[in-house]
Design a protein around this ligand. Structure first.
Ligand SMILES: Cc1cc2nc3c(=O)[nH]c(=O)nc-3n(C[C@H](O)[C@H](O)[C@H](O)COP(=O)(O)OP(=O)(O)OC[C@H]3O[C@@H](n4cnc5c(N)ncnc54)[C@H](O)[C@@H]3O)c2cc1C
Length: 429
C-alpha cells in the first residue's frame, strides 16, 4: 500500500530548510500539503479585546500562503487550504485520504501545543500519528551543552556557552516532492474581510506588504549585498527580515549559512550582529520552553509581584491611540499601527513608556503588539516584554531613563516624528 503523509504547514511557510517536509518526503511515497487558517487565531481576540491577528499580519500570512501554493504548483503539487480548526480539518483529511502520518514542526507555546495535542489524540483514534520535527531555531536543542531545564537565565551566559561551541547545522535542501493525486477540493484563500478586516488602513509606506519565501530570500540576499557594499555601515545593522523569519518564510539557519558562504569574511563571522540577534531569538524560545506559561503572566517567570502596575485598559488609552503628547512615542505608535512594523529601539521606547511612565500592566502592551506586529512570535514578543517590564529572568532590563534624550538620539532633526505624526492624523482606532 502506498504510504501517504500530510505535511501540516504552520509558522514554517517555506519549502527550503523545512524538516517536516523533508522527513515526510523521505518516509512516504507521496505527500499532501495543508495549511489551515485557524479561526481562533484570525478571528479571536486577546484578553484585553484586541484582535489576535491584525490586518497587516493577516495579509502578510495570506500572501505567504499564496506564495507557498504557487511554489508547490510550479513543482506539480498543490497546497490544500482550509479555514477552521486545524485539529478538525487535518483530522478529516487524514481520515478521508487514509494517510499514515501528519508531519509538522513542533510548536512550544500553550495555544499552539493545545492544537497539536488535540490533533494527535484524534489521529490516534484512526490509527495515525503526528510526527514532530524541528527547525524554528538557529541552534538545535539537542546540540546544546545543557538540558532545557538548566538553560542559563542570563542571555550573556547563554551566549557564552553556545556561540563558539555549538555547531550550526546546515539547512535542508528542498526535496523532490511528489504530491498525492486526490480529488479533494484544494480550497480558496480566504478574504481578509472574512476575518473582519473591513478597514484595511494600509499605508502606501508599508514596505512589508508581501509575505512569501522567494521575496524573503530576495530581501535577505539584497541585505547582504548592501551590507558588504556599504562596508558594514551603521544603517545596515538590522536586516528588517523579522516578518519573514517569524512566519517561517526564511529559516534562521539559512540566513546564517547564506551569510557565511556568500559574504566577505571581513564583515561577517559568528559574532556579527545578525548572529547575535538570532541568538536572542533562540534565547527567548528557550525561556518559553523552560518557563512555559509563566512568560505570559503579569508576574513573569521571576514571579515578581507587579503591584504598582494598573490593570485598567482605560489608563492606557493615550498610549494606545498615540496621543500621549510625547512626539517620539506617538510617532512610534503611528508607524506600528500603519505598517505593523517598528524598529527594535522604537519598541523598547514604547514598552518602557507604558510600564515606567504610565505604570500600566505590560500585558496590555504585549497584547497590542501581538495584534499589530507583522513579525509577532509568542516567545519573542512576551520574552521581550518580560525583559522591559523587569519580570524576566534576565535582570539586565532595557531601561529608558530620559525620553527627551532618546528622542534627540533617535530623531535628531524631528523628521521621523513629523512624518509619522502627520500620517496618523486621519487614523481612527
Ligand atoms: C517589546 C518588544 C516586543 C518584540 N516583539 C517581537 C516579536 O513579536 N517578534 C520578533 O521577531 N521580534 C520581536 N521583538 C524583537 C525585535 O524588536 C525584532 O525582532 C527586531 O526589531 C526585528 O528587526 P530586524 O529583522 O531588523 O532584526 P535584526 O536585528 O536584523 O535581527 C535578525 C533577526 O533576529 C531576531 N531578533 C532580533 N532581535 C531580537 C530580539 N530582541 N528578540 C527576539 N528576536 C530578535 C529577529 O528574527 C530578526 O529578524 C520585540 C522587541 C521588543 C522590545
Amino acid at each position: 500500500m502506498e504510504r501517504r503523509s500530510i505535511v501540516w504547514f504552520r509558522s514554517d511557510l517555506r519549502l527550503h530548510d523545512n524538516q517536516a517536509l523533508v522527513e515526510a518526503v523521505h518516509s512516504s511515497d507521496c505527500i499532501v500539503a495543508v495549511y489551515v487558517f485557524d479561526t481562533r487565531v484570525f478571528e479571536g481576540t486577546t484578553s484585553y479585546g484586541f484582535k489576535k491577528t491584525g490586518v497587516h499580519r493577516a495579509r502578510f500570512i495570506k500572501e505567504a500562503v499564496r506564495a507557498l501554493r504557487e511554489d508547490l504548483r510550479e513543482r506539480g503539487g498543490e497546497l490544500i487550504v482550509r479555514v477552521g480548526h486545524p485539529e478538525v480539518e487535518i483530522y478529516e483529511l487524514a481520515r478521508k485520504l487514509r494517510t499514515s502520518w501528519v508531519f509538522c514542526n513542533r510548536e512550544r507555546t500553550s495555544e499552539e501545543v493545545f492544537v497539536q495535542d488535540q490533533l494527535e489524540k484524534k489521529l490516534w483514534s484512526i490509527g495515525q500519528e503526528i510526527r514532530f520535527e524541528r527547525g524554528k531555531m538557529l541552534l538545535y536543542t539537542q546540540d546544546l551543552p545543557f538540558p532545557i531545564t538548566h538553560a542559563p537565565d542570563q542571555f550573556a551566559t547563554f551566549k557564552k556557552e553556545t556561540e563558539h561551541f555549538v555547531r550550526i547545522r546546515s539547512p535542508f535542501a528542498i526535496p523532490q516532492i511528489k504530491t498525492l493525486d486526490c480529488d479533494v477540493e484544494c480550497g480558496d484563500l480566504p478574504m481578509l474581510s472574512d476575518f473582519g478586516h473591513d478597514n484595511f488602513g494600509l499605508s502606501e509606506d508599508s514596505e512589508f506588504v508581501r509575505g512569501g519565501e522567494q521575496i524573503g530570500m530576495e530581501r535577505m540576499k539584497n541585505y547582504f549585498i548592501n551590507y558588504v557594499e556599504s562596508a558594514g555601515g551603521e544603517s545596515h545593522m538590522h536586516t528588517h527580515l523579522s516578518p519573514w523569519v517569524s512566519q517561517g518564510c526564511l529559516s534562521p539557519k539559512s540566513i546564517y549559512h547564506h551569510m557565511m558562504i556568500n559574504s566577505n569574511d571581513e564583515f561577517f563571522n559568528s559574532t556579527s550582529p545578525v548572529v547575535q540577534s538570532l541568538l536572542w531569538r533562540d534565547y527567548y524560545r528557550l525561556m518559553g520552553k523552560k518557563y512555559k506559561e509563566l512568560v505570559f503572566f503579569k508576574d513573569g517567570p521571576q514571579q515578581m509581584k507587579m503591584m504598582g502596575l494598573n490593570d485598567r485598559i482605560d489608563r492606557a488609552s493615550n498610549w494606545l491611540e498615540g496621543k500621549t503628547g510625547v512626539p517620539i512615542i506617538d510617532a512610534c505608535m503611528s508607524q506600528l499601527r500603519l505598517t505593523g512594523y517598528l524598529e527594535h529601539k522604537g519598541r523598547v521606547l514604547l514598552a518602557n513608556f507604558l510600564v515606567r511612565e504610565m505604570e500600566v500592566n505590560w500585558i496590555i502592551g504585549a497584547e497590542l503588539f501581538e495584534s499589530l506586529l507583522l513579525d509577532y512570535d509568542p516567545c519573542s514578543n512576551y520574552g521581550n516584554w518580560n525583559h522591559v517590564a523587569g519580570v524576566g529572568v534576565d535582570t539586565t532590563h532595557e531601561k529608558v531613563i530620559s525620553f527627551a534624550h532618546q528622542e534627540k538620539k533617535l530623531d535628531p532633526d524631528g523628521s521621523y516624528s513629523e512624518k509619522w505624526l502627520s500620517l496618523a492624523k486621519d487614523l481612527q482606532y
